[in-house]
Design a protein around this ligand. Structure first.
Ligand code: ATP
Length: 248
């Protein structure tokens, strides 16, 4: 579903992503980790077509994000770490607006809107203006909007930050269910225990280079140690200096 091939992204002389190769198959829950400034957001923006690589290609669902952007974007939903809602719309109006953006016909939009309102337990507040929502209510509404058009690739940047334990549990269940239903989930996070618990595979990026990528077993083998993802992450990033990037 995701094919990133030899991608480098420069901002002027600054190299944010360097020689990145990464394939993520359909239905995988992939966690993308890295210290601050590693290049995660830059990579995500290239996946969504918000930025283009300086070198290399990014494909989603077989579509080149640059040359066939409309086709690629139809498959994608992106939930950024600071989700945006139109404050003067109600949650329901925001969902309708999202359905319109994706060109959904009225019947499908109505069915899908009802489905996500139920899934995310929005009934109690979906007809209130979103400016009155708490962080958790906003996050649930944003995820509902992200899934209302049934994307094939769901990209979520730090989705659990600021949520209470029950909402985190619900979100974790939802992300796994999405992956099991065939949706590719690309999760960028600093919360390593969530990545360890949820992800099929984990990629570790630092200074724009992919230092490690695989299952927990693969990463333990690479780091030559048994430990938590936190232990592996610290070892791999600390040992990374001057190591060549991993090709996946
Ligand atoms: N618009 C920009 N212009 C110049 N440099 C940028 C720009 N955006 C990002 N960078 C730089 O590119 C590098 C990668 O940034 P990016 O935001 O992709 O990292 P990140 O892994 O998402 O970090 P964080 O975890 O802190 O959000 C950083 O050194 C950052 O300063």
């Amino acid at each position: 579903m995701i094919e990133i091939t030899n991608v480098t992204k420069r901002y002027g002389t600054k190299i944010a992503v360097q020689g990145l190769n990464l394939n993520v198959p359909a239905g995988e829950l992939f966690a993308f980790l890295g210290p601050n400034g590693a290049g995660k957001t830059t990579t995500i923006k290239m996946l969504c077509g918000l930025l283009f690589p300086t070198e290399g290609t990014v494909k989603v669902g077989g579509y080149d994000v640059r040359a066939q952007g409309d086709d690629a974007r139809r498959l994608i939903s992106y939930v950024p770490d600071m989700p945006f809602l139109y404050e003067k719309l109600t949650g329901r109006e925001f969902l309708q607006f999202t359905c319109d953006l994706y060109g959904m016909d009225k019947a499908r939009a109505a069915d899908q809107t009802a489905r996500v309102i139920e899934t995310f337990h929005l009934d109690d507040f979906v007809d209130d203006l979103t400016e009155r929502y708490s962080h958790g209510m906003r996050q649930r509404t944003v995820f509902a909007a992200a899934l209302v058009h049934e994307p094939r690739l769901l990209i979520a940047d730090e989705p659990t930050v600021g949520l209470d334990p029950k909402s985190i549990r619900e979100l974790k269940v939802l992300l796994r269910q999405q992956a099991e239903s065939g949706v590719t989930v690309f999760l960028s996070t600093h919360t390593l225990d969530i990545a360890q618990e949820l992800a099929d595979r984990i990629g570790i990026l630092d200074h724009g280079r992919l230092l490690g990528c695989g299952t927990m077993t693969d990463l333990r083998r690479q780091a030559a140690m048994n430990g938590s993802l936190e232990d592996l992450f610290l070892k791999i990033t600390e040992e990374a200096v001057a190591e060549p990037p991993v090709k996946v």
